[in-house]
Design a protein around this ligand. Structure first.
Ligand SMILES: [Fe+2]
Ligand SMILES: [Fe+2]
Length: 210
């Protein structure tokens, strides 16, 4: 990893400008991930399941928000489609799904979710936390696409990178439907900073997508 003169991580242009993320992934993660592709795929399958589950929860919690329901419904189908695709990748390689693993990254993000406030504020909070996960997943998929030797899998990750990037944009856009843009962007900036702190305290793991 590259550090600047203050000992901070150097900002990777793509992560910073395309996704807004403050802290790029430690490049060593790809090497260790590629050596443990079975674990990465299993963990990834559950990330897709959690993404689908989380979109369903938002629909159930906020059924009165028509735009939200309209945008989220096809996203649920897409995330579940990703889950199916990951299952296929596992199967092709003779691996099995296995049980879900603890997701430290998501656990930490849930802790910074602000509770209380109006329904619109609560919805904004959920949308922004989900947008963070999408952005980080997108950044990781980009690294896998660019760096792994398995071309078949690299193409798969390219496709997913594009798809998660559009979810990330959708979620931010949706937050602006329900809260003033300045409020959304202020909170988004705070969350990006908190996400970077969470990320910097997590050791890159060979068996986790995040
Ligand atoms: Fe997905
Ligand atoms: Fe997604």
């Amino acid at each position: 990893m590259t550090l600047d003169s203050n000992g901070h991580f150097m900002i990777d242009d793509s992560a910073k400008h395309v996704l807004g993320l403050e802290l790029p992934t430690d490049p060593r993660w790809v090497d260790i991930a590629e050596k443990n592709i079975e674990d990465i795929l299993v963990d990834h399958a559950y990330c897709e399941q959690k993404a689908a589950t989380s979109c369903i929860s938002m629909i159930v919690l906020f059924p009165e928000k028509e735009k939200l329901v309209e945008v989220m419904t096809p996203v649920v189908a897409e995330e579940w489609g990703h889950f199916e695709r990951v299952l296929e990748e596992l199967k092709k390689r003779g691996y099995k799904l296995g049980f879900p693993r603890t997701d430290e990254y998501v656990k930490q993000l849930i802790k910074i979710e602000r509770k209380g406030g109006s329904r619109d504020q609560q919805l904004m909070e959920k949308l922004l936390i989900n947008a963070l996960i999408e952005a980080r997943s997108c950044e990781r998929f980009r690294l896998l696409w660019k760096n792994i030797q398995d071309k078949d899998l690299a193409n798969f990750y390219y496709e997913l990178m594009v798809s998660e990037a559009s979810h990330y944009k959708n979620f931010l856009q949706l937050a602006k439907e329900y809260m003033p843009e300045a409020t959304v962007m202020k909170r988004w900036k705070e969350l990006l900073e908190e996400e970077a702190i969470i990320m910097s305290n997590l050791t890159p793991r060979q068996d986790r997508l995040h």
